[in-house]
Design a protein around this ligand. Structure first.
Ligand SMILES: O=C(O)C1=C[C@@H](OP(=O)(O)O)[C@@H](O)[C@H](O)C1
Ligand SMILES: C=C(OP(=O)(O)O)C(=O)O
Length: 430
């Protein structure tokens, strides 16, 4: 399914934010790793959250769901012996479950998105699991991957954080269940460090004790712990909402998004600060962000690693800002659903934006007068590319046709419905 995005000068209205992808993944996982019955209120509904529901069910969790909540009876440290798991295109789900799979005799993760998740590297996690005695068969660090676990005991593990924080998070979920204490040392750099904060927050809520160094470069994890069964409430999602906020900032708008907590640990909360730095008129109080856009924005410089999943939306806003913007420290955008530097900038350029790439930077020469549009966009299987190009299309002179825009459902299936509700001229076409 494709989407046509037509020029839309104004957006008005109110929406409730979608539920957080990262917290939904984590709460479903810790509920599955507990032996009791947990309740998760307002879980996300998307392809990625379906992927973790499906996989933990295959591993033996019992799930019952209604409109408001999901009730999960977990499998604790004893997942059911399952031959195959299909995580769809969900990177975090794959990495976290690769660690969990080491509690099973043999699990193969299949490759259903060869052009997206199938291209992403997992070597650093494979290496770390190897240190625990887990045997991993893989295709040069990529899917399909077979984990032969059995009985890892714990101990000292080193893991690189230079490509993704998900490898470290995966180990933090696994090691408390092991017999012996573990020490995890992060080598090289740690990218997306703020997301590790979300992992630690959820682990603490699940009754797990971890001693983390202040810089998150080393951890002491007591072994023999059990996950407690709890009730959790998923907060609103900043990465997805960042695209809607960027849309409001590049148009004349009066838009409110509810359910976005001011004190959230999501790094993508920085969309608020970045739009403020760009001088978008915006108020954030009592969990509601209110943008009264006038379409006029100033360029910005920003360390994108602090808000990895909102960078594409920020860049889309910068396309229309006065001056040159720079998003630095973003190399690991290259290892996501597509190469979010080369592939994304190619699509932005097609649409008429003036952008330049460096190995780890995105430079945007703003065009307050707008861009030409009138082209077909390749989504590169990437929900965040789709959302960001939609923002650009709203302020292009001629419509954009976004091919395969259904991949938006990876994290935000209702994105185009939300934009339509705000008055955006967007239409699904076959
Ligand atoms: O741990 C997580 O849930 C995530 C970590 C981030 O990935 P990296 O650590 O690879 O940057 C982020 O981009 C992804 O959407 C979700
Ligand atoms: C990179 C993302 O997800 P994941 O790594 O979980 O596939 C994302 O949601 O933008």
């Amino acid at each position: 399914m494709d989407v046509i995005v037509r020029p839309t000068p104004e957006l008005h209205g109110e929406i409730g934010a979608l539920s957080s992808k990262n917290y939904t993944t984590r709460y479903l996982l810790v509920a599955a790793l507990s032996e009791g019955t947990s309740t998760i209120y307002h879980p996300a509904h998307s392809e990625d959250s379906d992927a973790i529901r499906r996989c933990i069910r295959d591993l033996g969790a019992e799930l019952t769901e209604d409109d408001e909540k999901i009730v999960i009876k977990g499998f604790g440290r004893r997942p059911k012996d399952v031959k195959e798991l299909n995580v769809g295109n969900a990177g975090a789900v794959l990495r976290f479950l690769m660690a969990v799979a080491s509690l099973s005799p043999e699990v193969t993760f299949v490759n259903t998105y060869p052009d997206s998740l199938g291209k992403r590297p997992h070597d650093d996690l494979i290496d770390a699991l190897g240190q625990l005695g887990v045997k991993v068969e893989h295709n040069e660090g990529r899917l399909p991957i077979t984990i032969r676990g059995g009985n890892p005991k714990g101990g000292r593990i080193t893991v690189s954080g230079a490509v993704s924080s998900q490898y470290l998070s995966a180990l933090l979920f696994l090691t408390p269940l092991l017999e012996e204490d573990s020490e995890i040392i992060v080598l090289n750099d740690l990218k997306s460090k703020v997301v590790v904060g979300q992992t630690l927050e959820v682990l603490e809520q699940a009754g797990i004790v971890i001693h983390a160094a202040d810089d998150y470069m080393s951890f002491k994890v007591p072994g023999g712990q059990s996950y407690e069964a709890k009730s959790y409430t998923v907060q609103g999602d900043y990465p997805g909402s960042a695209a809607v906020l960027a849309a409001a900032a590049v148009t004349k708008s009066d838009v409110k998004i509810h359910r976005l907590a001011e004190n959230s640990r999501q790094g993508e909360r920085a969309i608020i600060d970045v739009l403020r730095m760009m001088e978008a008129p915006l108020i954030h109080e009592n969990g509601t962000v209110h943008v009264q856009g006038n379409g006029r924005l100033k360029a910005v410089e920003f360390d994108g690693d602090a808000a990895t999943d909102a960078v594409l939306a920020m860049v889309a806003a910068a396309v229309f800002a006065e001056g040159t913007s720079r998003f630095y420290n973003v190399e690991n955008l290259r290892y996501k659903e597509c190469d979010r530097i080369t592939d994304y900038l190619a699509e932005l350029s097609k649409a008429g934006a003036k952008v330049e790439e460096r190995r780890d930077e995105i430079i945007v020469h703003g065009r307050p007068e707008g861009v030409e549009g009138g082209v077909t966009i390749n989504a590169h299987f990437d929900h965040r590319v789709i959302m960001a190009l939609t923002v650009v299309g709203l302020r292009a002179a001629k419509p954009l046709l976004i091919k395969d825009a259904h991949h938006v459902a990876k994290s935000y299936p209702q994105y185009f419905d939300h934009l339509q509700a705000l008055g955006a001229d967007v239409e699904w076409v076959k």
